[in-house]
Ligand binder design. Structure first.
Ligand SMILES: [Zn+2]
Length: 379
């Protein structure tokens, strides 16, 4: 057995209705902190998801300041503005409540609010030198797993993103209440669910840091998600399916936070960065060609995943199943459906080929010509 390390959020609360118990569940994490800075977005606010938890926190004696200006693909200026607000408020703890963007923003705000290290010095791997404020994360989507990952991604220019990867980004508690995901539209449910399956698949096939803990989490995540995505899409009020999806996405998040994603995410990033295709959808579209490309060297691992979720143990069965799920839930399958044409391929492929953070995780080496061929396959 190879040596490995595994880290995750120390305290996880899961269950229907648990968001209404946020004040009591959070008490041991918040300790003496009384001034709580809440990071969310207008959509979460408008849906009324956060009203009851915040009212309960106020009733329990917390002083709250809510920042609800988070937008998708959080721009650097917005993150800095939120951090300045937290500092001016005298925040003693941070609560991130929403999808991947509010949670990523909250993770960085918890670090910046201490004022001890500028954001510009945090980009990259293990560059964070500060211990952040106590941080609680509450997801309202089932996909990113951001509530248990040590990564946050920020938009730094028109088409550029930068990431922070550091153990300092782990929160002290993740609270998962399937009720909060009940109102997610069908298309977003499908795309983010498939993204979570991609997290599990890529964690399981990472050639550098795959380990027995991430493997176990990835396989369990695959089983939960495979069974639940279609049920949740068919009936958004199927709370058993919603719960399985939220749990599966979290387990996949724990897996890929320790055994990071590879070629599928590398191929997906230009779709988001250049064409603003949502993250989950981007990954779903590029998944089949990357699986086919990797299959000759990842046959054993893809077969193990396929066998674990009740399919014939072969890479072909796994690829067929992923394509079948995308078809069944009505997810776009071709780049042309997303407004991307043949002429865009070279620019996107150059971006991917330059991704020296993710490509080394992929089971099979991907060169520029391979990347072009994979995009061409799904035009
Ligand atoms: Zn993803």
């Amino acid at each position: 057995m190879s040596a490995f390390e595994f880290r995750t959020v120390p305290h996880i609360v899961f269950g229907e209705g648990t968001s209404r118990q946020l004040a009591e569940k959070a008490a041991p994490v918040l300790k003496s902190a009384r001034r709580l800075f809440v990071v969310t977005d207008k959509g979460v606010r408008a849906a009324g998801l956060i009203d009851a938890p915040l009212a309960a926190l106020e009733a329990a004696g917390f002083t709250l300041e809510t920042y609800d200006d988070v937008v998708a693909d959080p721009p650097e200026a917005m993150v800095l503005e939120a951090s300045a607000r937290a500092k001016a408020f005298g925040a003693e703890a941070v609560l991130g409540f929403g999808g991947g963007s509010p949670m990523d923003t909250a993770k960085i705000v918890a670090l910046l609010a201490t004022g001890d290290q500028p954001l510009s010095e945090m980009y990259g791997v293990d560059k964070v030198r500060v211990t952040g404020l106590p941080l609680i994360l509450v997801p309202t989507t089932a996909g990113t797993g951001s509530e248990v990952t040590s990564v946050a991604v920020i938009t730094t220019g028109a088409t550029s993103k930068r990431g922070i990867a550091s153990g300092a980004l782990y929160g002290q508690m993740a609270l998962l209440d399937p009720e909060l995901t009940r109102g997610l539209p069908r298309h977003a449910t499908a795309a983010t669910g498939i993204d979570a399956m991609v997290h599990a698949i890529e964690a399981y096939t990472n050639k550098r840091s795959k380990n027995p803990v991430s493997d176990a989490l990835a396989l369990t995540a695959m089983k939960l998600l495979q069974g639940a995505i279609e049920r949740a899409c068919a009936d958004g009020n199927d709370m058993a399916a919603r719960g399985d999806m939220l749990l599966g996405a979290m387990l996949a998040g724990q897996a890929f936070s320790n055994s990071p994603v590879g070629g599928v995410h590398a191929m997906a990033y230009p779709l988001g960065g250049i064409f603003h295709v949502p993250h989950g959808l981007s990954n779903s579209v590029v998944l089949p060609p990357v699986l086919r490309f990797n299959a000759p060297v990842a046959e054993a691992q893809y077969s193990e995943i396929a066998g674990h979720i009740g399919l014939k143990p072969s890479s072909a069965a796994l690829i067929d199943e992923m394509e079948r799920i995308a078809e069944a839930v009505g997810i776009e399958r071709r780049l042309s459906q997303l407004g991307i044409s043949h002429n865009d391929v070279p620019r996107m492929a150059e971006d991917v080929a330059a991704n020296d953070r993710l490509l080394p995780n992929n089971p099979r080496e991907m060169g520029y010509d391979d990347i072009v061929a994979m995009y061409e396959e799904i035009l």
